[in-house]
Design a protein around this ligand. Structure first.
Ligand SMILES: NC(=O)c1ccc[n+]([C@@H]2O[C@H](COP(=O)([O-])OP(=O)(O)OC[C@H]3O[C@@H](n4cnc5c(N)ncnc54)[C@H](O)[C@@H]3O)[C@@H](O)[C@H]2O)c1
Length: 438
């Protein structure tokens, strides 16, 4: 439990942002931050930078910006570092990712060039479509974890940062089921020493972060920091964790639309979603085992929002299908189609078609920024373990055991803002509003 209106330590000094994966999302995030600092662009899409929060009654007219309400790190104080399986610096990686125009990249070239990835912990067993050259060697997974912890310490010393956190922007790994090796920290550490197969690279990074006392955010759908061994480690070390799978594109649209259909008691027979995308993420997801990890993450959303067990007449026959097709000509500019078969009064059928010409990394970058700033806030407040109030940003929010995740974007936003109000000793807003009519 976090006390109401507690003291929040000020974000003094530099915040080190350590990123496994210098690809499309992370370079777009870093380039954007730098261009916002240089005033080339406004921070579109970022709640921490542009969002407001209402306090008290509607008649009070107290609506500060979120960044003026809670103490968040300044963009100028972020220091970036990371790991990748390719040696390319941030500028070359961003060029190859092909998300941003050359003119935008030139404006921030120096900052991007200064980011030289450290050698990655990587095993092709877990990402079949990639084969890297810039990879650490170690006899056991525990040796590799130790090397990551050394990297973290060196980064801290070299950059003179005050606080740090790790945010996963690397690839989606193959589907892994929870096993006994994940259940407690003793089994997990033994598994690291024995090179257990059910410990993929992302778990090694998460372990190294938590052992170093820094928060970990999982941006891909990988089974990682939510396993009991790591969740307990986070609580023991007193650090926040959050995940998983950034909510962007088609799933963002689903969690905007589905709550609306349910609110108006419109039935749904089928929801077919298909995508074409041609970036490296698309190539990785072309492997059926990595796709399975993503598919699980994408499919669960409707089930939780629509609650067919409570509304069998409306949703029990819903056929939900998700497809991702790797199509290189599109690069990062994904196209996502949805066909939704709904029905209303007297059972009459209707159809909704969506054609979303989106840009994945453009949608993901502000999500990464907000997660970095809010997780750092959580750390300074002393909030440890799972940060469910950050579900707003994830396709598969991690929750306490036995608790189903909340997927409705608007409930998630209310939860996030009420958490901020609570931290500052303000009353949560329930929208009851009867007092206006007394
Ligand atoms: N863009 C979005 O909207 C979005 C949404 C949700 C989740 N994601 C996830 O975010 C991740 C990044 O997406 P992206 O489009 O930037 O992909 P990307 O392929 O462009 O970048 C991933 C980078 O990670 C590197 N990498 C792979 N394994 C690594 C390891 N073990 N250690 C260090 N580096 C490693 C790759 O070499 C690559 O450079 C993916 O897992 C993706 O599924 C993206």
């Amino acid at each position: 439990m976090i006390e109401k209106g507690i003291h929040i330590s000020e974000p003094k000094g530099k915040l080190g942002v350590l990123i496994p994966g210098l690809g499309a999302v992370s370079t777009t995030f870093i380039a954007g931050v730098e261009s916002i600092i240089k005033k080339h662009h406004l921070p579109y899409g970022s709640l921490t930078q542009m969002g407001t929060i209402r306090l008290g009654k509607r008649t009070e007219n107290r609506i500060p910006k979120i960044k003026d309400f809670v103490p968040l790190a300044d963009l100028e104080d972020l220091v970036f570092g990371g790991w990748d399986i390719f040696e390319d610096n941030g500028y070359v990686a961003a060029k190859k990712a092909g998300v941003l125009k050359d003119s935008d990249l030139e404006n921030v070239r120096e900052r991007l060039e200064s980011i030289k990835p450290m050698k990655a912990v990587f095993d092709q067993k877990y990402v079949k479509k990639l084969s890297g050259t810039w990879v650490k060697k170690g006899k056991t997974k525990m040796d590799l974890a130790q090397q990551l912890m050394d990297d973290i310490q060196n980064f801290k010393d070299k950059n003179n940062v005050d606080r740090m956190l790790m945010v996963w922007c690397a690839s989606t790994e193959v589907f892994i089921k929870p096993e006994s090796v994940h259940q407690d920290i003793e089994s997990f550490e033994k598994g690291l020493k024995d090179n257990h197969d059910a410990i993929p690279s992302s778990m090694i990074y998460a372990y190294a972060a938590l052992k170093s006392g820094i928060p970990f955010i999982m941006g891909a759908p990988n089974l990682s920091v939510e396993i009991p061994a790591l969740r307990n480690l986070a609580n023991e070390m007193g650090v926040p964790i959050a995940g998983k799978d950034y909510k962007t594109g088609q799933t963002l649209m689903k969690t905007i639309l589905a709550p609306g259909f349910k609110a108006r008691l419109l039935g749904i027979n089928g929801w077919f979603s298909t995508n074409i995308l041609g970036n490296r993420d698309g190539e990785v997801l072309d492997d059926p085992m990595s796709f399975k990890t993503k598919e699980e993450s994408k499919l669960s959303v409707l089930e939780y929002i629509l609650q067919p067990q409570l509304y069998p007449d409306l949703y029990k026959n819903l056929y939900h299908k998700v497809r991702i097709n790797y199509y290189p000509p599109r690069g990062d500019n994904k196209e996502g189609w949805d066909n939704i078969d709904i029905f209303g009064w007297m059972g009459y059928p209707m159809q909704i078609k969506i054609d979303f010409l989106c840009r994945d990394s453009i949608l993901a970058a502000p999500v990464v920024l907000d997660l970095v700033l809010f997780t750092d806030l959580a750390q300074r407040v002393g909030m440890k373990g799972i940060q469910e109030w950050l579900s707003f940003y994830f396709k598969s929010p991690i929750t306490a055991p036995g608790l189903y995740p909340e997927h409705d974007l608007f409930i998630q936003l209310m939860k996030l803002k009420n958490t901020l109000r609570h931290l500052r000793g303000e009353e949560p807003i329930t929208h009851l509003g009867l007092e206006y009519y007394d």
